[in-house]
Design a protein around this ligand. Structure first.
Ligand code: SF4
Length: 89
């Protein structure tokens, strides 16, 4: 059986914002150890069924520059890890 290494914040950000995504980058719906990505036919936006607060806390602890870079690269300048998912700063 193939083992998956721990997922990093950059890889986590590259996964779709699906309600079934867990904090480890796995899928709660299909019981996959790793989300298959944006082409998944089971993708479902909406409220996450698992708590992602740990992941959000880790991103909040990054430097302002790093948070800004990630927000621009993956979220069109928004910061979904902040309360309200604002535009940051
Ligand atoms: S996109 Fe698909 S594989 Fe990924 S978490 Fe959602 S349902 Fe699971």
């Amino acid at each position: 059986m193939r083992k998956h290494s721990p997922i990093g914040d950059e890889e986590m950000l590259s996964l779709p914002d699906c309600r079934f995504l867990n904090e480890k980058g796995g899928c709660e719906r299909l019981s996959f150890p790793r989300c298959t990505g944006e082409k998944c036919t089971f993708f479902s936006p909406g409220e996450h069924i698992t708590d992602l607060s740990g992941w959000k806390s880790r991103l909040s602890l990054l430097s302002e520059e790093e948070q800004s870079r990630i927000a621009k690269k993956y979220y069109g300048g928004k910061r979904p890890w902040k309360d309200g998912g604002g535009d940051g700063v």
